[in-house]
Design a protein around this ligand. Sequence first.
Ligand SMILES: *Cc1c(COP(=O)(O)O)cnc(C)c1O
Length: 413
Amino acid sequence: MQNRCVNMIAHLFNAPLEENEAAVGVGTVGSSEAIMLAGLAFKRKWQNKRKQEGKPYDKPNIVTGANVQVCWEKFARYFEVELKEVKLSEGYYVMDPAKAVELVDENTICVAAILGSTLNGEFEDVKRLNDLLVEKNKETGWDTPIHVDAASGGFIAPFIYPELEWDFRLPLVKSINVSGHKYGLVYAGIGWAIWRSKEDLPEELIFHINYLGADQPTFTLNFSKGSSQVIAQYYQLIRLGYEGYKNVMENCRDNMIVLKEGLEKMGRFNIVSKDDGVPLVAFTLKDPHNFDEFQISDLLRRFGWIVPAYSMPPDAQHITVLRVVIREDFSRTLAERLVADIEKVLHELDSLTAKIKMLSGTSSVTVHEVVKDNGQVVVAKKSALETQREITAIWKKFVLDRKKLNDKMNGVC
Ligand SMILES: *Cc1c(COP(=O)(O)O)cnc(C)c1O
């Protein structure tokens, strides 16, 4: 079943396979393990080539955007590969292909592009990266390859953007990972690593065992594990088929648009996600002066929503975003309810701001200033002691609730 899944996904990603040729790939525990394996294959291939050429092979590096998911940093540290990150900038939250190619040198084992950035769902321009890298390879005589981290996008693009060239149609794309438990529609614990061809996965990394009754090639970092996720993935692929997945993804995109338009209508947010990426909405406050995205996130918990707020990586770390990922079970009704709840939260924060300004007797005090020092008022009029107490009490309700919740969650972890 695992091999059948690998074959179906490899075809979905346009692997150049002959009529009856088996695809090369493996089921993993999520994209993280898949990325470790793909990274290892690149590192080993690069080392072997350098050895053959009689060149040093002790300083491998990998080029990514600063927006990569943490598993790439893990790969780099665990497997001793230097991570060279292309910095982001305000308004541009994915890897710039031109800057990435500039960072490539003879020690680069691969450039990793993301189809569906974790931070704003945007698809990176893999085609442009491929074309620029083809040029650079021609000039330098290197053969730096590309890996595509399609953790989220790998089960979206083939169904709703089939014309988009991001996969094995591009000659330098040698491996791709995808998470079965994201848009693959399986419960947590499954991912896939797919290689373009046998040549891209060094044979020395594969172990062959036959004590289970037949030759079983294995290449994993996780060992004995349950088969339920593979069975579930196989079931979904067969049960839904291409049309089924397409319907689900279109529906997610439609619900994303409903949410996005609801947020736009409020006039208070800038949308930083794209309509043609992962179906999610990432947004920032147009005016974060009086209160910020973290406070919106805190208050939304009271309505039962967990909407993460986070800051962008360098050099866009001054931007904070809220993000809502639309999955299959996030209905249009839920999208409309979330819009209404966000409106309520904004209303609450607006009236809190007004109250604080009134009580402190100055119009320049903001919720931010009041919350500094864990609920101690630092800016309110020194003479109005009563006023200070009142404001502190209002804000403490916010801060302490949040602190308690965080302590509780840390305890659990
Ligand atoms: C989620 C994600 C990962 C990690 O995937 P897991 O399946 O959670 O291990 C890696 N890269 C990107 C872009 C992701 O969105």
